[in-house]
Design a protein around this ligand. Structure first.
Ligand code: SF4
Length: 177
């Protein structure tokens, strides 16, 4: 069976914030996925690490919440590690883009690590994504003055364009900096 005709796996969520102003520019709905393999020292969300925690949900349930808020400029996938659930997030990402909203993803992987994985679901998700904030949180590089990032090593990248180019392309839109 091809990946396209399989039912996507259920999405495990840690929670949703309806009106975040800290996970990207504008007012955003942030989807915190459950499960993270990175275990960064100093992580603010260690309750999201366990892959068997949180609750299962469907893209339609999240989409219904998104549609209730006409003020949203975008949606952000955070965690947890969103790209550990790339296949489950794909149908939601498709609906978000159909709705005309920006999509940003926070990942503890570097863009180069994601490229090396060459995972079809991750690549398809990145192709739908406007902005990728990559890299683990590194406490020694923590900087409270950074917009939308916790530590200096993390980069704000154009996701789909970086994937297409096979190299990281910085997000140059002023609103991200
Ligand atoms: S990647 Fe994010 S959620 Fe995962 S341990 Fe690091 S800071 Fe925490």
């Amino acid at each position: 069976m091809s990946a396209d005709c399989q039912t996507p796996p259920k999405l495990r969520l840690a929670g949703i914030v309806n009106d975040s102003i800290t996970d990207g520019p504008g007012i955003r709905l942030t989807v915190f996925v459950q499960g993270c393999p990175h275990h960064c020292p100093g992580c603010h969300n260690p309750q999201t690490w366990a892959f068997d925690g949180g609750e299962e949900t469907s893209p339609d349930e999240i989409m219904a919440q998104i549609k209730k808020n006409p003020l949203l400029s975008g949606v952000t996938f955070s965690g947890g590690e969103p790209l550990a659930q790339a296949a489950a997030l794909l149908p939601l990402a498709q609906q978000i883009k159909q709705q005309g909203l920006e999509l940003a993803i926070y990942t503890g992987y570097t863009f180069e690590q994601l490229l090396q994985m060459n995972d079809p679901s991750i690549n398809r998700l990145l192709a739908l994504t406007d902005t990728l904030i990559d890299g683990p949180f590194i406490q020694a590089q923590r900087n409270l003055e950074l917009n939308f990032r916790g530590s200096e090593n993390q980069r704000v990248l154009q996701a789909a364009a970086s994937l297409a180019a096979g190299q990281p392309i910085p997000e140059n839109a002023e609103r991200w900096h």
